[in-house]
Design a protein around this ligand. Structure first.
Ligand code: CA
Length: 400
């Protein structure tokens, strides 16, 4: 049954999508779902139901922790609210135009991990920085490489990004400290963990959907000059941790059922704990678009990602590390094989040597005032296409 909410049809936010967010329409933070160009105050609609306690706190945290049966019950309630004509009179007063509300980071980010799951991104970056060696490190096809990031600097879409300062060193010069000259974007998808797992108990790939609540877009802002000077031997540190933006809307896994596709063919046999399981695969056919100042500079295809969400979870917990409610696991930069499918300016500009046309201008790296927006669409269960909540941010000058 289609939604009775006007504007829902064809919007990418139809009744088969219903992503979750936290908004304020003037009365404080509320849990809502997006439908068309509106947000439905789900907490208000659910007030007399048995799931009301999961929605009453002005954050998704209680819902995330409640697990798959509760996720399914709440999704059914949301779906029924926006499709059943008999409910229209009771539900309609709780719709707010999405342009009229303020959106917040919808859950408490626990641990943030950023992976490196695109073979095309890893190959391009490897060829750039290690031209004399194999572009993929020897471990790359055997495990999803990642690093532990900084949860406290994750911000919601729309938050301004202040150009970071840091230490860098140009070739042959002494180290300097100042505003980054090589501010970049990284287009990524992030998995949001709902149900945690105990320390000491690895989570197998087949348990993925019992732990992961949904996904959102993520921009892993990166200061390439700071990163290049600091990253050996322990990996990214301050070049990444000044800000990470996430979309305001969390798309539940159930909404992505029609987007599930096989991951790319495996060129190396995987160890049993990482093996692609039987049943529906967890590659995801998401089409990303990266915009700089309103011009699309790249269209990264997520279906080309080598490592799937279940493999990221299985690897992260394979040593017994616990999952916690609100863990944010980012895919790593999404890049496809074609030059206009790369998810970073580092790749698009060939390490700053080939300016990328955007609008009437061009960029190698980001300038103050630039607006970066990452969007994505995917096949939806109703036969159309859903739109993930976009992630956007404007670059502000470094602070004095
Ligand atoms: Ca990244």
């Amino acid at each position: 049954m289609s939604s009775w909410v006007s504007g829902a049809a064809g919007s990418g936010f139809e009744e088969d999508h219903l992503p979750y967010g936290v908004f304020d329409a003037g009365t404080g933070r509320r849990v809502g779902v997006r439908i068309g160009h509106d947000v439905l105050d789900l907490a208000a609609v659910a007030e007399d139901s048995e799931v009301s306690v999961l929605l009453a706190a002005g954050t998704l945290d209680p819902l995330l922790a409640a697990g798959p049966a509760a996720w399914s019950a709440v999704r059914s309630l949301a779906h029924e609210s926006v499709t059943n004509p008999a409910r229209r009179g009771a539900v309609e007063p709780h719709l707010h135009p999405v342009d009229s509300v303020r959106m917040f980071l919808p859950f408490t980010v626990a641990d943030y991990v950023d992976f490196y799951a695109s073979e095309w991104h890893a190959t391009a970056v490897g060829a750039m920085f290690r031209p004399d060696a194999d572009p993929l490190p020897p471990n790359w096809k055997h495990l999803p490489i990642g690093y532990h990031g900084r949860a406290g600097s994750v911000v919601v879409s729309g938050t301004p990004i202040v150009r970071p300062r840091g230490q860098a060193r140009l070739p042959g010069a002494a180290p300097t400290f100042g505003p980054t000259q090589r501010l970049d974007l990284e287009a990524e998808l992030a998995y949001v963990v709902g149900t945690g797992s105990p320390l000491g108990t690895p989570v197998p790939t087949e348990a993925f959907a019992r732990h992961v609540f949904g996904v959102c877009l993520l921009n892993d802002w990166s200061a390439r000059d700071i990163q290049a000077w600091e990253y050996r031997p322990l990996g990214p540190m301050l070049g990444k941790s000044f800000a990470t933006s996430v979309g305001a809307w969390i798309t539940p896994l159930a909404a992505l059922a029609a987007a599930r596709v096989d991951p790319p063919p495996r060129t190396h046999r995987l160890l049993p704990y990482l093996a692609d399981g039987a049943g529906l695969p967890w590659g995801l056919d998401l089409s990303l678009a990266v915009e700089v100042n309103g011009t699309v500079v790249s269209r990264p295809p997520f279906a080309t990602m080598y490592w799937t969400g279940p493999q990221l979870i299985a690897h992260l917990t394979s040593n017994g590390a616990a999952l916690r409610r609100g863990d944010l696991l980012a895919s790593g930069t999404v890049s496809g094989p074609a030059p206009d499918e790369a998810g970073s300016l580092l790749e698009l500009s060939a390490n700053g040597t080939r300016p990328v046309p955007c609008g009437g201008s061009s960029r190698t790296f980001l300038l103050d005032g630039d607006v970066v927006t990452i969007a994505a669409t995917a096949p939806s269960t109703g036969g159309g296409r859903l739109r993930l909540g976009e992630v956007t941010g404007t670059v502000r000058p470094a602070r004095d």
